[in-house]
Design a protein around this ligand. Structure first.
Ligand SMILES: Nc1nc(=O)c2c([nH]1)NC[C@@H]1CN(c3ccc(C(=O)N[C@@H](CCC(=O)O)C(=O)O)cc3)CN21
Ligand SMILES: CC(C)C(=O)C(=O)O
Ligand SMILES: [Mg+2]
Length: 278
């Protein structure tokens, strides 16, 4: 964290307390994925409170068709780039880094070791995918000073088990299971949770019935905040556009303006609309 004499609240660094206060005040949180220093400065200037160094970099930077091949070294490298970019401009955004596939599932000790790499590279929180079976790991990390963001619904690291990138928590049984998982992760000490491709009313239920700061991607407007992949916001997707994505470039003057429009649309809840939901 950088020491700043600047007392303008808009320029004060975003901390976990800032985000908890926003959740309590029902002020939507705008999150964007980010992988490098230039975009970190632009995303921050556009007003995003949180930057996620996502393992989606496997798709959008590396050209893989899944996130599975992304290494812990890749994640640490891009986390350092983002943190440096923010520091260079006195940025205020909170940085979260994804623990990549295979870097945390073996044991809580392995998860801690991997988290230390990402936190020393400049992350302020780590994100991991999975439900009840990750609760012990979450508690182990949180007790040792690592804030944790959980991730339920479509968990791309399990794409081969899920059988594709499709909506989750759709049946009554799957919805009940997701609610139980969310509750266990909340009790284990996770502060935040990404909900990806789940019915809007299920995400609203998680938000209402847990203390978690919920961040939706294809999960409706009732979450505490929203996240999209940076490239998707800028209309840069080579394949078919997923339903939950909105391209903010049409009508925008430049990249900064498009990102500012995304942040504004999250804040006034005009994004996501029903057409982006399941
Ligand atoms: N650029 C990018 N954006 C993402 O949101 C993203 C990544 N990459 N990489 C990691 C995962 C993969 N994700 C994906 C990938 C594809 C669909 C998709 O094709 N969805 C379609 C089909 C749904 C279906 O078959 O039921 C959709 O219309 O939503 C969704 C999420 C989300 N994440
Ligand atoms: C889309 C978000 C939630 C993510 O996990 C990523 O970018 O890797
Ligand atoms: Mg991810």
């Amino acid at each position: 964290m950088t020491y700043m004499r600047d007392t303008d609240p808009a320029r004060r660094p975003v901390t976990l307390n800032t985000l908890l206060r926003m959740r309590a005040n029902r002020e939507p949180i705008a999150m964007l994925t980010c992988y490098d220093s230039t975009f970190a400065a632009v995303c921050d200037a556009a007003g995003a409170e949180v930057l996620l160094v996502g393992d989606s970099l496997g798709n959008v930077l590396q050209g893989h068709d899944t996130t599975l091949p992304v290494s812990l070294d890749d994640m640490a490298y891009h986390t350092a780039c983002v943190a440096r970019g923010l520091a260079n401009v006195g940025g205020r955004a909170f940085v979260i880094a994804d623990l990549p596939f295979g870097s945390y599932q073996e044991s809580r000790e392995q998860a801690m070791r991997s988290s230390v790499k990402l936190m020393t590279a400049g992350a302020q929180m780590v994100k991991l995918e999975g439900g009840a079976h990750m609760a012990d790991t979450v508690r182990f990390l949180v007790e040792r000073g690592v804030p944790v963001c959980a991730h339920l619904g479509l968990t791309p690291q399990s794409v081969h088990q899920l059988g594709g990138y499709r909506a989750q928590g759709v049946t009554d049984e799957a919805a009940a299971q997701l609610l139980r998982d969310a509750d266990l992760l909340d009790q284990a000490g996770a502060t935040m949770m990404v909900l990806e491709m789940v019915p809007a009313r299920l995400a609203a239920e998680v938000t209402a019935n847990t203390r978690l700061i919920t961040i939706g991607i294809g999960a409706g407007v009732e979450c505490s905040g929203q996240v999209l992949v940076l490239h998707d916001v800028l209309g840069l997707f080579p394949g078919r556009r997923p339903r939950f994505v909105r391209n903010f470039m049409p009508g925008a003057d430049d990249v900064h303006d498009a990102l500012s429009r995304y942040v504004a649309a999250v804040k006034d809840r005009s994004f996501p609309g029903p057409e982006h939901c399941y």
